[in-house]
Design a protein. Structure first.
Lengths: 121, 360
């Protein structure tokens, strides 16, 4: 009897849509909560370095003098720890993984010079 | 007496997802003795307590295993919570139990696929993994990760899972239940499958007890040492009976795991209907673990324990994890004695070996 059961399952798959997806030709559909990659609103960052200190894999480098924030994409394990500790809430974990690559990429973000605020007289 | 030969099995072998090495002493086609050796994928994760503060360490501990990662996270949190003397809100305990049972389904379906692959039943393997995919999708939807969830933290959960999402999870699981039954029938009723499993690798109740077998391996021999009976999580509240079998052969081990897949669906449904509203985490401020604590968890593969020692610092002194496969290696050596050479791969699979866990 069981032979019939597996036969039914196997034949059933002939008439079903493929269970696998044709990724990357068909783009993946991310769930709302998927943790895919870290994004930063560099304008809000105060370069306190807390995110880099708490990151379990040391994927983040913060340079206060150069006003730059860098993340080593392959080193990041999407734990969202940095997102939780950032005092300015300028980090977010967005859906969508970073594209595969042959090199370990480091993305660096540099804060644009703020225009000097007009001093109040 | 015929001549004895020693043949190596592993560390690279088609049925082994991870490397373990066995020296098989054989006489004709019969294994007389098996000598295991491990040590091919030690990663030194426990040592990372020196580098990561205890709240962040949970993300490292989760990565001990890609299959029971939720359980590892929970086990770690449990030992630290015990160390700090705090208890988590009831809703968090329910959510942890739900995700842990979902993890058990994920693990057992993966194992069933591996077993089918082990005896060369490719379509059965693919269908097991197709159904497991539904479980992984549920994980992604609720926690944000497919295999590593990072949702458990010391003091509770990082995110709440809304009740509608939990209801949907239950419906989805009920939706695949029919197909799971079809799959289970093939594993349990098919003659070709049975001819590979029934009566092979028998571990008696006494042997299982003496050798310290854990998890489905022990339960298949009738040893009732399920840690869930201690009432960790909310197992005490929702009522729970472990799945026990008596025969102790490969078929019984397969049957225990299949029964547990269905049991997990029922346990999840019970949790969803009983889950209280409220907070999912407590805040822990200015406290550091001091002293020692041991927490135990019933992982899909069996009992795992987590030991932590702190001295009031941000960095723990020691963390130690004993994983179920570690406990199941002596029973494996026992069942390999006297088996046919051709049955060795299946027998190694029936303990559901997770070598990455064992070596950490
Ligand atoms: S924690 Fe936030 S504000 Fe501080 S350096 Fe990191 S991203 Fe910038
Ligand atoms: S998500 Fe985790 S691993 Fe990635 S950068 Fe943030 S803290 Fe580091």
């Amino acid at each position: 009897m069981a032979g019939l059961k597996i036969g039914k399952m196997v034949l059933g798959s002939l008439f079903r849509k493929p269970a696998t997806k044709m990724y990357p030709i068909v783009p993946a559909v991310w769930k709302e909560r998927t943790r895919g990659h870290i994004e930063i609103e560099i304008e809000d960052c105060i370069f306190c370095g807390i995110c880099s200190k708490k990151c379990p894999t040391d994927a983040i480098t913060v340079d206060r003098a150069a006003k730059s924030w860098a993340i080593q994409r392959m080193g990041c394990i999407q734990c969202s720890c940095c997102v939780e500790v950032c005092p300015k809430k300028c980090l977010t974990n967005m859906a969508g993984y970073t594209a595969p690559d042959a090199q370990k990429v480091t993305d660096t973000f540099v804060q644009p010079e703020k225009e000097a605020e007009p001093k109040e007289e | 007496m015929s001549k004895r030969t020693v043949i190596p099995f592993g560390p690279q072998h088609p049925v082994l997802p991870e490397p373990i090495h066995l020296d098989l002493v054989i006489e004709d086609e019969t294994v007389v003795e098996a000598i295991p050796s491990i040590g091919y994928i030690h990663r030194g994760l426990e040592k990372l307590v020196d580098k990561n503060e205890w709240p962040e360490m949970v993300y490292v501990i989760e990565r001990i295993c890609g299959i029971c990662s939720f359980g590892h996270g929970w086990g770690y949190c449990k030992t630290i919570e015990g160390n700090l003397g705090v208890s988590v809100p009831p809703r968090a305990e329910y959510l942890r139990t739900i995700l842990h049972e979902l993890g058990r389904m994920h693990s057992h379906l993966l194992w069933l696929g591996c077993l089918a692959d082990g005896f060369g039943f490719e379509s059965l393997f693919m269908h097991s993994w197709r159904l497991r995919e539904t479980v992984l999708d549920l994980f992604e939807e609720t926690t944000g990760g497919r295999v590593i969830f990072s949702i458990c933290k010391v003091g509770g959960m990082r995110k709440d899972i809304p009740n509608e999402m939990l209801k949907k999870m239950e419906e989805t699981l009920r939706g695949i239940e029919g197909e799971l039954h079809e799959l289970a029938d093939v594993f349990l009723d098919d003659d070709t499958v049975k001819s590979r499993l029934v009566g092979v690798g028998v571990l008696t109740k006494e042997e299982a007890f003496e050798l310290g077998a854990v998890g489905p391996m022990a339960r298949a021999s009738g040893v009732n040492n399920d840690v869930r009976l201690d009432g960790h999580g909310v197992y005490g509240e929702i009522g729970f009976e472990p799945c026990l079998e008596e025969t102790g052969d490969s078929y019984a081990r397969c049957k225990v795991r299949i029964r547990e897949v269905f049991q997990s669906i029922d346990l999840i449904a019970k949790c969803v209907s009983m889950i209280p509203d409220g907070d999912v985490a407590i805040e822990i401020k200015g406290q550091n673990p001091a002293g020692e604590f041991v927490g135990r968890i019933e992982q899909p593969r069996g009992e795992a324990y987590y030991y932590s020692k702190g001295s009031g610092q941000k960095f723990l002194d020691r963390i130690r994890v004993r994983t179920p496969t570690n406990a199941n290696v002596p029973p494996l050596v026992k069942i390999l004695q006297g088996c046919e050479l051709a049955d060795v791969p299946i027998l190694v699979l029936t303990i559901d070996p997770c070598i990455s866990c064992t070596e950490r």
